[in-house]
Design a protein around this ligand. Structure first.
Ligand code: 3PG
Length: 392
């Protein structure tokens, strides 16, 4: 697989697939520009090498229609502010007018194409559409890790028509997440949280044979506690996954992997921040209450384990952290991950925002820009966007 520094970009017209799928508020204002900022090193490198930079991304899911709310215009404005130079906006991502703008682009200039998903051909990985995108440039860079689990035209099909290499962001994502999955340092801990076991089963199954410690928290821990026979009151539980949770616990025992579940929890009378709540041991959850966070002893137990690790992968919160009274478990884990000397990788929107909220982002080795993509990577799947680069 080639990266940006392996290919000649000087004075070339370069197509860059980025993941500018950023959250917008109801006035189409960007509420988090992390994904834009993380792509700046690649863009800056290209500008420094006198490339004419043609940026492409999808935004939201407009399903093949030109829906104005999903225009990339706000992204062009933010990019321009961050880079301190103008960013031209194309009326579309293909077509005569866009092609003319791309052809007229000079070294050191930037053109942002309009939303790729305004055309249904993007998601269909259509070859004619791929070729039209490829025609805009002389070489391509894929820096859209967040989209690499999609076999779409701008990440997969295009590589048939345009030589393409990985940008700095994609290269870093592959180095950290790929490294953890394929060749992990030990001791290695995975912390898996979030509401539902069903979302993370494949991540747990793939990582369980590789880790020394598997920590399970968040709503999904309830299903494991139920498998161990604890009464979990009115807590969220996936009844049809209790057997599977039991099997995973058994598998961990057989392979001598430490599987850690909460030993105490914060239980509340209702799913609300102003509900009555208290800490209880896992065997003392009141029958009509629900578990909404891990307790003090669990936080200490998890933190102590994490301190000794060389590699930590974290995906998913430990409790309902968006409600203040149930945020302490997730915050404690964020702090433990940041304080450890381990190489630390955090993925998934919720755990990433928890890390950002605690102001500890600088102490994490790698914060992934991928949601679905980082999950699929941790599941051990090949990502079509990455495979397309290595094939050529
Ligand atoms: C993401 O936000 O995870 C990526 O941009 C992919 O978006 P999608 O789930 O709509 O394909």
């Amino acid at each position: 697989k080639k990266t940006i520094t392996d290919v000649a970009v000087d004075n070339k017209r370069v197509f860059v697939r980025a993941d500018f799928n950023v959250p917008l508020d109801s006035d189409c204002r960007i509420t988090d520009d992390t994904r834009i900022r993380k792509t700046l090193p690649t863009i800056q490198y290209l500008l420094d090498h006198h490339a004419a930079v043609i940026l492409a991304s999808h935004l939201g899911r407009p399903k093949g229609k030109s829906v104005p709310e999903f225009s990339l215009k706000p992204v062009s404005e933010r990019l321009s502010k961050l880079l301190g130079i103008p960013v031209k906006m194309a009326p579309d991502c293909i077509g005569a007018e866009t092609k003319a703008m791309a052809d007229a682009l000079k070294p050191g200039e930037i053109l942002l194409l309009e939303n790729l998903r305004y055309h249904k051909e993007e998601e269909k990985n259509d070859s004619e559409f791929s070729r039209q995108l490829a025609d805009l440039a002389e070489i391509g860079i894929n820096d859209a890790f967040g989209c690499c689990h999609r076999a779409h035209a701008s990440v997969a099909g295009i590589t048939t028509y345009l030589p393409m290499a990985a940008g700095f962001l994609l290269e870093k994502e592959i180095r950290f997440i790929g490294g953890a999955v394929d060749n992990p340092a030990h001791p290695f801990a995975a912390i898996i949280g979030g509401a539902k076991v069903s979302d993370k089963i494949e991540v747990i199954s793939n990582l369980l044979p590789k880790v020394d410690v598997m920590i399970i928290g968040g709503g999904m821990a309830n299903t494991f506690l139920a498998a161990q026979g604890y009464g979990i009151g009115k807590s969220l539980v996936e009844t049809d996954k209790i057997d599977l949770a039991g099997h995973l616990i058994e598998q961990a025992v057989q392979q001598h992997t430490k599987l850690l579940l909460p030993v105490d929890v914060v239980a509340a009378a209702a799913f609300a921040n102003d509900a009555e709540y208290r800490e209880v041991a896992v065997d003392a959850v009141p029958a009509d209450w629900m578990i909404l966070d891990i307790g003090t002893k669990s936080r200490a137990l998890f933190s102590k384990e994490l301190a000794a690790m060389k590699l930590i992968v974290w995906n998913g919160p430990m409790g309902v952290f968006e409600m203040e009274n149930y945020a302490q478990g997730t915050e404690a884990v964020a702090k433990a991950v940041a304080d450890s000397k381990a190489v630390s990788i955090v993925g998934g929107g919720d755990s990433v925002s928890a890390v950002n909220k605690t102001g500890l982002a600088d102490k994490i080795s790698h914060i992934s820009t991928g949601g679905g993509a980082s999950l699929e990577y941790l599941e051990g799947k090949q990502l079509p966007g990455v495979v397309a680069l290595s094939d050529k």
